[in-house]
Design a protein around this ligand. Structure first.
Ligand code: MG
Length: 268
């Protein structure tokens, strides 16, 4: 059964849990409510307005890792990564980037992360192949469970909650800020993992903010649960930190310059 969310006066009911949402500038409840008005992958859901992100003056790496970042790839090797089932990551490392090696499976970080700021750069295959979901598909899975979709959504349509920078199956991006295939694109993600009590009951959902090529596309949205194809499963309790995962969807999507900053709980 899908968890039911009802919002009023800063209180959220998810399943049977009554949750106080900490005071924040945005209203994640409104987004959650809006998201539930649509069936998953509903092709009648309006597509976000397409915009042109600020011109990349060069295709140089967009942001060098700050000094307190954990660098997950800086151009040389996949030593920070492993296969989804363990063992070495089998994706292809080239000069300054790596590329999905189709059918070798997802890869995940060796280190586990919880609340974090994540920077990822990616490029869809050029020339493009296929359409819809079969075009430059990959994904960034926060905690290995919550997917920020990677897709070539440049002049290519799919369902709104499955295009680039969607929270897959839940939230379309606020705008389509995709660059053309072959060009490097950035995701800057702020993630707060879900909180569970000692009995595994959800206390607070996960929240995600995403900037795509510098443009705000997800504004502190409250995730409904793990992201899946054609389903919205409820939350299940999990550790406070889990590896980040990148998706092998059989397309040679490229990645580079990946770094993460762990976010400590602010002092009360
Ligand atoms: Mg994907």
């Amino acid at each position: 059964m899908r968890p039911v969310t009802f919002i009023a006066m800063g209180l959220v009911v998810i399943g049977t849990a009554l949750i106080a949402i900490p005071g924040r500038g945005s209203d994640p409840s409104a987004a959650a409510k809006a998201g539930r008005e649509w069936e998953i992958h509903d092709r009648n859901r309006p597509l976000p307005l397409t915009i042109t992100p600020g011109e990349a003056s060069t295709q140089e790496r967009a942001g060098r890792p700050p000094s307190d970042a954990v660098v997950l790839f800086e151009g040389k090797d996949l030593s920070a990564w492993q296969g989804a089932q363990g063992g070495p990551a089998k994706w292809k490392v080239e000069n300054d980037y790596f590329e999905v090696a189709a059918k070798t499976g997802n890869i995940k970080t060796r280190q586990a992360f919880g609340d974090c700021q994540l920077h990822v750069e990616w490029a869809a295959p050029s020339p493009p192949h296929g359409e819809d979901q079969d075009r430059g598909n990959s994904g960034v899975y926060l905690m290995g469970l919550y997917e920020v979709q990677v897709l070539d959504s440049y002049e290519s349509k799919t369902y709104a909650d499955g295009q680039a920078a969607a929270i897959y199956g839940q939230y379309p991006p606020r705008v389509n800020a995709c660059r053309p295939p072959g060009q490097w694109q950035t995701y800057d993600i702020v993630f707060h993992g879900p909180r569970f009590d000692k009995d595994g009951k959800l206390l607070q959902p996960a929240f995600v903010t995403v900037l795509h090529n510098g443009v705000l596309v997800q504004d502190h949205v409250a995730l409904m649960g793990p992201t899946e194809h054609k389903q919205r499963p409820p939350y299940r309790a999990h550790p406070a930190k889990l590896p980040l995962t990148l998706q092998d969807h059989n397309h040679p999507v490229r990645f580079r310059n990946i770094w993460v900053r762990e976010l400590a709980e602010p002092e009360p």
